[in-house]
Write a protein that binds this ligand. Structure first.
Ligand SMILES: *Cc1c(COP(=O)(O)O)cnc(C)c1O
Length: 422
């Protein structure tokens, strides 16, 4: 199922009022749903001592959402300076933050290490010589290469720019120890939107095998393994949800076995984005044009600046037409935005009830990699974000961009360079 029945039941009755009060388009997120999923995750892995989720900030980088995450006990997975700032704005410091960057500049490392620092998760062995202040706790991102087939979405690990190769991993820990580090972690990210939980169990097994390898080669006991994000959600009504309970049970058993066999076990960390917030957000937009040419088009007041996934990945996002949920889907539409790009379509040849101008469309599952991926191409601006609080009130948690925002980068001190000419 896409959006939960509970979210629908609480949202749909007030949507006409919300549309009148705030205008459309907007993304709206469900605090109750986010909290329920977060608590479900914490509970599922409570059998692994020290389990912690580091929310992948890039999925929904909104301060009010991160406050909820921090309240759930989560840390933050960041990979840029603005993401570090955002995490610190909600109070995260030090080991609350994992900096999983790649192709990182020294400026970024300096920023990451200032203001209480964070856990550095290095993407390459060459960085051991480059990190300005080598920390006491270091983690490496592992790329299994041909040892693992990536899932369809993330692609083949051999072609991925990320991570340390298998043959480099032991050396990476050895060199780090030579630089004075005493605490170590291990990370990988080999799946994206994966609903087959057994794939994630295999990732945990792979990281535990490597933990044993590092212990055997160097005597180092890794403090944590981070299985990455990539837990999938069903975007289509007929798709099954990932079986979190079964996954947690099998992974917990792997950790228990490892502990009995080795006399220690690392903590398990995770950095899910989509799974935590994806289903708990939707994009609300109004039909403003109907066009009949070779196909039937419904033009809405949002466009791909609000949600890139359909254009970028041909991704399916379920659509409800408010008040017409139970009518027969007797029409076939392309639901389109206003960008001068033909892939600016929220749905292609979708069966929907008849739509007229003024109808409110709810595009499901925009709580992760939705607003966050937006852009300003073609002078199209990003919409506002709202939060449906657990008490039923609705709060504006980020305003829509304005034309002034679009022009703000023209406010600068004139700077003309005249080459000296030799
Ligand atoms: C994007 C990303 C995530 C989150 O991925 P989801 O599919 O949203 O769970 C986690 N870790 C890293 C390193 C990422 O780049």
């Amino acid at each position: 199922m896409p959006m939960s029945q509970s979210f629908k039941d609480r949202l749909f009755p007030i949507l006409p009022q919300l549309a009148a009060h705030y205008g459309t388009p907007f993304h709206i997120y469900d605090e109750a749903g986010i909290r329920a999923t977060g608590e479900e995750l914490n509970k599922a892995f409570s059998g692994i001592p020290g389990f912690r989720e580091y929310y992948a900030v890039k999925a929904l980088p909104n301060r009010s959402i991160l406050e909820i995450m921090y309240d759930l006990g989560f840390g933050f997975d960041c990979s840029s300076i603005p993401e570090l700032i955002l995490s610190r704005q909600v109070g995260a410091r030090g080991e609350d933050i994992m900096f999983t960057s790649n192709n990182t500049s020294l400026e970024e490392y300096n920023f990451a290490e200032a203001d209480g620092g964070c856990v550095l998760n290095l993407d390459d062995i060459s960085l051991i010589a480059k990190v300005p202040q080598f920390p006491d706790l270091i983690s490496f991102r592992y790329n299994p290469g041909p040892r693992r087939t990536g899932n369809i979405i993330i692609g083949n690990p051999v072609e991925a720019k990320y991570g340390v190769a298998h043959e480099q991993l032991v050396d990476a820990y050895r060199l780090s120890r030579e630089r004075g580090t005493t605490r170590f972690g291990l990370h990988t990210m080999v799946a994206s939107n994966e609903r087959d939980y057994t794939y994630i169990v295999e990732t945990a097994r792979m990281l535990l095998d490597l933990t044993a390898l590092v212990k055997a080669e160097l005597g180092i006991e890794l403090e944590f393994v981070n299985i990455g994000g990539g837990l999938g959600i069903p975007y289509r009504p007929e798709q099954e949800a990932l079986n979190l309970a079964a996954m947690a049970k099998e992974i917990t058993a792997l950790f228990d076995e490892f502990r009995s066999a080795n006399g220690f076990a690392p903590k398990m960390l995770m950095e899910s984005g989509r799974f935590i917030t994806g289903p708990h957000g939707c994009l609300v937009t109004t039909a403003i044009n109907a066009k009949q040419t070779y196909r039937n088009y419904v033009g809405v007041d949002a466009c791909m600046s609000s949600l890139m996934r359909p254009a970028l990945y041909d991704a399916y996002h379920h659509i409800d037409v408010l008040g017409k949920e139970n009518l027969p889907k007797s029409e076939t539409y392309d639901v389109v935005g206003s960008l001068c790009e033909n892939n600016d379509k929220f749905a292609v040849q979708r069966e929907l009830p008849p739509i007229v101008d003024g109808d409110i469309l709810v595009i499901h599952d925009t709580g992760a990699h939705g607003h966050a991926m937006g852009f300003q191409y073609n002078g199209r601006l990003r919409p506002m974000e709202l939060l449906l609080r657990t008490d039923g009130t609705v709060e504006l948690i980020r305003r829509a961009e304005t034309v002034e925002d679009y022009f703000v980068t023209y406010n600068f001190t004139p700077d003309l360079f005249v080459p000296s000419g030799e």
